[in-house]
Design a binder for this molecule. Sequence first.
Ligand code: MLT
Ligand code: MN
Ligand code: ZN
Length: 304
Amino acid sequence: MKLRVLGSAAGGGFPQWNCNCANCDGVRRGTIDARPRTQSSIAVTEDEQDWVLINASPDLLAQIKATPALQPARAVRDSGIAAVLLMDAQIDHVTGLLMLRERGTPLPLYATAQVMADLKDGLNIASALAHYCQLDWREIAPGDHAFSIAPLAHTRFSALTLDSKAPPYSPHRNDPHPGDNIGVTITNTRNGRSAFYAPGLGALSPAVTQAMQAADVLLVDGTFWSADEMIRLGLSAKTAADMGHLPQDGPGGMITTLDSMSAARKILIHINNSNPILREDSAERAVLARHGIEVAHDGMEIDL
Ligand code: MLT
Ligand code: MN
Ligand code: ZN
């Protein structure tokens, strides 16, 4: 089984279209040692023909262009994307669904009831797509729940409810429910190897810690280096916690958390454009290296 990172940036991407922070301006001008990144999504395959997309990024069409294996060209109209699994209903994770509207058959969409409610009552994506390919919703129930997604016969997905919030646009933004956000363990049933993927992780419940301890590869929330990064840079009034993200630095941060895990690979993903780890030569990046922590980039592949 193989995982491919299609988009490793958080919402807005890197550089973000309207941002002139040192990172965005520097990568745009080519004056810093950093690579551009598209918005958050990974894809899972067993045979490099059929893929399950985890999250559908607003940059999906660019990601498909950058990934020839997603287009196996078996028929005059065809795609390697067999199904989509959603971690939440955030704009950076769902708006790519609209770009799949030309499908000839309804799109199998694995999502919780809370996420589907936001896609119906918040963004109206579900009703819009009813006029195109239609969504074939397969409900993921809250709680630890294992399932498979056709045609991936040797891959098991196990969803885990995360403590976080529905997106800002959601009618139930201030009324959190299990299922607003999930993480997923993806297991290769042929060899038992697994990856835990959670691009948005605000707090670690005992169940999340357990899932992280059990995984061979961790692909987890790398949004912010520090809790007040956006405030200090004058980009936003929100802390990392306000946005449902655990920062890397500081007591109880992601670095300390990852230090206690025995996974063979520890990878940060969903990196915000404000994060100093985007610069390959930054002091913060050197700290990660000392802790054996990698930073995901678009096109990164992980064999499981
Ligand atoms: C988040 O996860 O907090 C998002 O990237 C924010 C957004 O999409 O605007
Ligand atoms: Mn996001
Ligand atoms: Zn920026």
